[in-house]
Design a protein around this ligand. Structure first.
Ligand code: UD1
Ligand code: CA
Length: 459
């Protein structure tokens, strides 16, 4: 079996995005466009993965470092064909197939890419172009067939005649070539409206060289939607979300108002969970069965167990077990763990902390770098003073302890099991298991002095 290498073209200026950021670094569902394409390609384990970069290359290179990608540079942006010529520095003597794709086609599937290579192999073509049939072909290169079968050439929007503009079969910007590619590239000329070296002209050149050129029609044109403008980015984002929502609905998730939620493409949500309006589920979220996610909650990179309820809360990098209740208005973050049946609510913040089974932090608390045992009640207003201005310190509270309201734990501090801490205490020393601790000024009540100010005249 003949091997293959991949070239991703990403040197374009992306002018139509009107941005100081390279187009391919704009995010679709939280992930830069270039990463979508790199992920689809990497799964196939090509011999070489080459990225052609130009403007702002350092931003893209920095982001992709560690992905086993070879970079070549296109110093001047003279067109997509000229960009491909740059990859010749690495691939000129390569004998396998060369899969080329634009970096702005984020939804392309690995299986579709493989089908292009398969097509070259089966038909003996020197090039296979991935094409699609769309309702609105504006902006895409149109596919010109000979005798209604053979791919003859691709005509760009700006060079197309009125008749050609009616054609609904478009070039997706994904191609598979054999080694005749390099011969054809030598003949490329910028004879077009934009005076650029078009990759699409390789098709007619190969035909002139007597080579066979073929095409594969993508089943769902959604997969090859190119992104040139922010409007298109927005459209693809909506399409992605719409599909995700359909998938979730058919898997048994209730979404009360599909137009008023954001759910990332990679979210996993279990059966009979209910997502209320205003919820934002960002990347890396898995929600169990029979959960309720309500109000303007934001969840990212977190796992939520079955039958849990999240109300108007912000949750990031957190693992939540079953039957947990969070909110309203809680902030849970930085590797926190909430075990089964925990309740955290009403303006409480939990950071880098573990709260064990059945414990409650119900009102206006801050727990940072804390380990809370089982069946602990944390009274309203209790906080950990975990930061001394230089480093963070731990607070440990044993199972079965009762913490009265408005307690300050000056960390590092360790509270044993079954401890009772009186409300208003500032705890600076460890408390052994089973003890009662109180650390507050004793109240005194004295005879009230008669005021010298006439209360009637005071403001
Ligand atoms: C291109 C195709 C068009 C196709 C469409 C599919 C050409 C000439 N036209 O049009 O037939 O229907 O994609 O989405 O290719 N690039 C460089 N260097 C350059 C110019 C472009 O690397 O000098 C890269 C871009 O970063 C991009 C790709 O080539 O990833 C395509 O360029 P773009 O300007 O987006 O072409 P389209 O007008 O979309
Ligand atoms: Ca494009």
């Amino acid at each position: 079996m003949k091997n293959f290498s991949v070239v991703i073209l990403a040197a374009g200026l992306g002018k139509r995005m009107n941005s100081s950021l390279p187009k391919v670094m704009h995010k679709l569902s939280g992930k830069p466009l270039i990463k979508w394409v790199v992920d689809s390609v990497s799964i196939l384990k090509p011999d070489n993965l080459i990225l052609v970069l130009g403007w702002c290359s350092e931003v893209i290179e920095g982001f992709l470092s560690g992905n086993n990608i070879k970079i070549v540079y296109q110093e001047e942006q003279l067109g997509s064909g000229h960009a491909l010529i740059q990859a010749g520095k690495i691939l000129r003597d390569y004998k396998g197939y060369i899969l080329v794709l634009n970096a702005d086609v984020p939804l392309i599937k690995s299986s579709t890419l493989l089908s292009l290579i398969e097509n070259n192999r089966e038909t003996g073509a020197s090039a296979t172009v991935l094409i699609a049939r769309v309702n609105n072909p504006f902006g895409y290169g149109r596919i010109i067939l000979k005798d209604d079968i053979y791919l003859e050439k691709i005509v760009e929007e700006k060079d197309a005649t009125q008749v050609e503009k009616q054609i609904k079969e478009i070039n997706s910007g994904v191609y598979c070539f054999d080694e005749n590619l390099w011969k054809a590239l030598l003949k490329l000329k910028p004879n077009n409206a934009k005076k650029e070296y078009y990759i699409t002209d390789i098709i007619s050149i190969l035909r002139e060289l007597g080579k066979k050129v073929s095409s594969v029609m993508v089943e769902d044109s959604y997969e090859v939607k190119g992104i040139n403008t922010r409007t298109e980015l927005c459209e693809v984002e909506s399409m992605l979300k719409e599909r995700k929502i359909k998938e979730l609905l058919s898997n048994g998730v209730t979404i009360i108002d599909i137009n008023n939620v954001y759910i990332s493409y990679d979210a996993k949500i279990g059966m009979d969970s209910v997502i209320y309006p205003g919820v934002f589920i960002d990347t890396g979220v898995s929600i169990g069965k029979k959960c309720i996610i309500k109000g303007s909650s934001y969840i990212k990179n977190s796992r939520i167990g079955d039958a849990s309820t999240i109300l108007y809360s912000y949750i990031e990098d957190t693992v939540i077990s079953e039957k947990v209740k969070v909110g309203p208005f809680s902030h849970i973050r930085e590797s926190s763990i909430l075990k089964e049946n925990v309740k955290v609510g009403n303006f409480s913040e939990v950071k880098k902390s573990m709260i064990s089974e059945n414990s409650k932090v119900n009102h206006l608390s801050y727990l940072g770098n804390a380990q809370i045992g089982k069946d602990v009640n944390i009274g309203a207003g209790t906080i950990t003073c975990n930061y001394d201005g230089i480093v963070k310190h731990d607070t440990v509270i044993g199972s079965g302890s009762f913490i009265g309201s408005n307690v300050n734990f000056v960390a590092p501090v360790k509270i044993g099991e079954g401890v009772f801490i009186a409300a208003g205490s500032t705890i600076t020393h460890n408390v052994p298991s089973g003890q009662f601790a109180i650390a507050r000024a004793r109240q005194r009540s004295k005879e009230r002095k008669k005021s010298t100010v006439d209360s009637k005249n005071s403001p």
